[in-house]
Each structure stands twice: as structure tokens, then as C-alpha cells.
Design a protein around this ligand. Sequence first.
Ligand SMILES: [Mn+2]
Length: 452
Amino acid sequence: MTVPPPEHKAADAQLRAPNPPLDGFSPEEFRCRRRALREALPEGLIVMRGAAEDEFAFAGAGPFRQRSDFFYLTGVSTPGAVLTLLPEELPATAGLRDIAPETREILFLPDRSAATEAWTGPKLGPAKETESATGISRAISAGQLKTALIGWLRRCPVIYTAMPFGERARLSRDYAFVEEILSVAPVAQFRDISYMLSTLRLVKTEAELERIRLAVTITVDGQRAAQAAIAQGSGGFEHEVEAAIYATFRSRGAHMAFPPIVGSGANSTVLHYEQNSAKMHWGDLVVVDIGARLGAYCGDLTRTYPVGGEFSQRQRDVYNAVLAAHTQTVRSFRPGEETLKSLDVRCKELLKASPLRARDSSGKDQTLEKFMPHRVSHFLGLDVHDVGDPDPPLVPGCVITIEPGVYVPSEAIGVRLEDDYLVTESGLERIGPTLEKNADVVQAAMKATPPG
Ligand SMILES: [Mn+2]
């Protein structure tokens, strides 16, 4: 260890202590994840790039959010960080001086700067305090990353990192990062880390489940606020409903996990409607699809409400068909065999079996599954559409949504009913407090809502 010169200490003294990292989780939680990843990929150097300051701001205006894979491994939300995990046989001294050769975990962080922090607030920096706060063996300056990689890759050319794929791959930051490494170590043999990470992230720990439960609980509160706003009846605006949801989330310390969907009338049939600007009228259905993000974890719930609290007979019929598909899909879950795909197939069979028909765009009567263009389920966790291979059977500890929907533009009727479930040994267990789906109960609750 080197001792910083006294003038360095004097500069540091002006920096305030940053908020603690890890978002309330124990260091052991993240240490276990890093250990599992190193054991799964023993033959290469693991290099994970965290998000840059301007990379993942929500809608361009929200707070900085760490990329989920990086948070999963570190609990660190400081922008510009890079985590390296070394394979067993590689001495850390191959790339760095002043480090114990057996060190396996090294976090590279931008140096702290009083001038920058005047704008952004206190940040974790390369320091002993960061090591004790995170449980990561060493936290050193990001300025040392390049030299370290050159030395390590000389001894171990296999490197696991997040590789970009697809049409826009070459425009991504990850691609630039790969090129940067290649420019100093052309010997590097890149392998993608994303699949292995998604496999680890699929099964949630108790601590993660507790956090997801809290996020869902706040999302339930948001739905209740939306229901009360829609119960006020004709003349209100979708954005007023959104505002009620936003107030509920923020007052509980949560953020919007994704742009909220409040679609009334014809907008209820638009799957990812986000304008939330229309006036609501008696007789409209309103699809409310929202999720709270508490810290790093998300909830995701959809309900469908009649403006003023009264379903028409036709709306009620469609609503009940969707509700039956939801309930039956959950009830018929086959532990050990079920996949996201088989759930989707079953849900659509259930809709098809309904005696109801609706008119498609060419004027023909069709069974209801023709009006459900999306899948019935996705994984939920650090991301709203969480990572994970959809093909293998779902294992205990996965968290999934169940969200059948029927959208009939010719009648301006859209209905979606979504809850979040934990996969257990015996089936699906709903996460969070009760949020009624029964049409009579919803209607009675809305009619009992006092004027706002
Ligand atoms: Mn969803």
C-alpha cells in the first residue's frame, strides 16, 4: 500500500461522504453472486462495465440508473465503474502493482473530484472505505484499468464481458469498450457473459424477493390511487390518473419502473400507450399498467377499470373472459414442466374456448385469442422485462407475470389483468397484498369511493 501525499489528503477533506452503496443488501449477497459467476466461468477474466453517467437515464430526465447486470454483481451505482473478476490461476500482480497476487475482485472507479461532485454529489471513489462498504476486495482508480488489462490478458487471453448483438451493436457503448480493449490487447478472445448472468439472475434470493414484494406492494397502492381517480367519473384526464399514481409512488420512495400506461376508451387497445393525455368518458374502460421501482427492483401490475365504476354488459363479458384466462392459467401451472411458452399457449387456448366473439379489422367474427397479440408472461426482477432463457422449464425462485389481455379496437374495448407470481415447488404464489380482480368487487369499491 502506498500512502497518499498530505496535499492529496487536504483535497480529499473537502469531499463529503457518499451515500452507502448496496441499497440495503448485505455485502455477502453480492459476494455470493460474484463467487457463483466466477465458478460458472472459471477459465476467463470477467470484465463488467457499469453505466456511464449519461447512459441509462429514464426518459432522458430521470435519475441515473446503474445497468442491472452491474448492480446485480456489485450493488454499486457509481457511474463509470468497471468490475473485474480474475480466474483462479491468474495472479493479480500480472496486471497491477501494489496488490496481493491472490486478489480476485477488483473494482475500478473514477477518481473523486470536488469540482465534479459540486454538480453530482458525493460519489464512491477508489478508496479503502469503498472496499469496506461494498465487500469488494479492492477498489482502485479507473485510470489503472488499461494497464491492468494488458498485463492480465497477456497471461489469460479469454475475456468474458457483455457483448453487443443486433443491428445496432456497433453503435453501442459495449462495442466501443470491446474495441478499446482490442486496441491495447489484440490477443483478447471475447466471450459473452450475458447468458450466464441471466441464468444466475433468474432465481431470486430471499433478500431479492423481499424487495420485489415491497415494490409490488407500492404498485398495489398506485393501482388503488388510479382506481379512486377513475371512480370520479367522466371529465377527468388520463394524466390526472398518472399524477395520482406518481404521487403514491414518490411518497413511498419509489420511482416509475417504466412509462406508466393509462389508456381509456380506444387507447385501452394500444398495448404500449404512453401519452396519457385523453379525457375519460362514462362508458370507457381504462387500462392501467404500472410498476414501482423501489431501489433496484420492480413490480408490474395491470388492472382495467370502468370510468365512474360501472361496466357495460359487453365490457363485463370480455373482462370476465380475461379474468378466467388469468385464473385458469395460474391454477393449471405444472411445476417442473411449465415454460413461459407453454403458459402462453394454455392462456390462448383458454381465450379461444370462450364463447365470446369479436369483430376483427376486416369485419369478421373471431375467437378471443385473436385479440391477444402479446405473450402472457415475462420474468420480473431488476428489469421489468427481466432477463432469462424463456425455453427451459420454470424453476422455483423465478418471478414471472401473468397478464392475459384482449384488445378489440372496433369496440374500443381493451382489458388486461396482470399480477406478479413467485414460482414455487408446487405452483404459482401471488406476490404482494391482494388487489381485487373480480368485476363486482371492483365496481362496488369504485362506487364507494368518496368524491376526490
Ligand atoms: Mn408486464
